[in-house]
Design a protein around this ligand. Structure first.
Ligand code: NCD
Length: 312
């Protein structure tokens, strides 16, 4: 398998073998604690085009490039760019590819990353396209599960919260169709997973069940993946107000959980996980951030066909 020269737009495009190979390279990078790898991309410039707010994903990509010896250019927010003068996305991409060797893009519109990849002649990595997908987050989520549980197969994985608008959930679900898992979808009715993704899960033979309340299934879970309610994606603010405090993970909600349950979150959290959970062995959301660095280093080196420079 090779990612050389390819775009990474959707986890739907990856196979089980792809995941396993990405994890193998990631493991090597983790084994080196991301150190001593500046010989991997010393001649590469990566454009980070962030049209939407980001803390982790942008800093994570930026750190990953630097740890591999490369350089970054780009922007965060449109304010200081020609987009404010009315430049369209296609032109921005055509300009940026004259400078850079690959593009990492986050954009508020569904379909934006795919469109950028069609326009660009250099590899494009989707760092979040609207409410649609966020493939590198899904890869780091899977790697976290693998590292913390020793396997992805045979687990019962609960996803709670904004299943309707959370792009990290969508990418993770597409990825999980390659593994032998049981998925519990837990959310208030207004935030249920869209029918088309449910159809995809059916088609791929994934066992899944829907729940309104965490209390009805918490004792069965090996992994609990918590999401933020994505206020910015609601068309009607009154809908957001209806659901905004509908779930909270705290010591009480976890009292019936398996001792080795892991609680994950793509972050940022805005109150869905109470701070008292942070110091328990359930909490792995900050470890996820570190694993994310290794995964993004793996992806970047693979896109340039340089993974053989990473020795174990
Ligand atoms: C997520 C995103 O941007 O989709 N954040 C992230 O990249 N870790 C989740 C979110 O914003 O809630």
């Amino acid at each position: 398998m090779t990612l050389t020269g390819k775009d990474l737009i959707s986890t739907k495009d990856l196979t089980r073998e792809d995941y396993e190979y990405i994890f193998e390279i990631t493991k090597r990078i983790e084994g080196r604690n991301a150190q001593g790898l500046t010989h991997v991309l010393p001649d590469r410039i990566i454009a980070l085009l962030f049209f939407e707010p980001s803390t982790r994903t942008r800093l994570s990509f930026s750190t990953a490039v630097k740890r591999l010896g490369g350089e970054t250019i780009g922007f965060s927010g449109e304010e200081a760019t020609s987009i404010m003068k009315g430049e369209n996305l296609a032109d921005t991409i055509r300009v940026v590819e004259q400078y850079a060797d690959a593009i990492v893009i986050r954009h508020p519109l569904d379909g934006s990353a795919k469109y950028a990849a069609q326009v660009a002649n250099i590899p494009v990595i989707n760092a979040g396209s609207g409410a649609e997908e966020h493939p590198t987050q899904a890869l780091l989520d899977l790697y976290t599960i693998l590292r913390e549980k020793g396997t992805i197969d045979e687990l019962t994985i609960g996803l709670i919260g904004d299943l309707r608008y959370s792009r990290t959930v969508h990418s993770l679900l597409y990825a999980l169709t390659n593994f032998d898992v049981t998925v519990y979808l837990i959310s208030p009715p207004l935030l249920k997973l869209g029918e088309s993704i449910k159809g995809h899960l059916h088609e791929k033979g994934v066992h899944f069940k829907e729940f309104d309340n965490l209390a009805d299934c918490i004792s069965e879970l090996d992994v609990l993946y918590v999401t933020r309610i994505q206020r910015e994606r609601f068309v009607h603010p009154e809908e957001y107000l209806k659901v905004k405090d509908s779930y909270k993970i705290n010591m009480k909600t976890l009292s019936n959980a398996k001792e080795n349950l892991i609680v994950m979150h793509p972050l940022p959290r805005v109150g869905e996980i109470s701070h008292e959970v942070d110091n328990t062995s359930h909490a792995v959301y900050f470890k996820q951030v570190r694993y994310g660095l290794y995964v993004r280093m793996a992806i970047l080196s693979m896109i340039f066909g340089r993974e053989d420079r990473i020795t174990g």
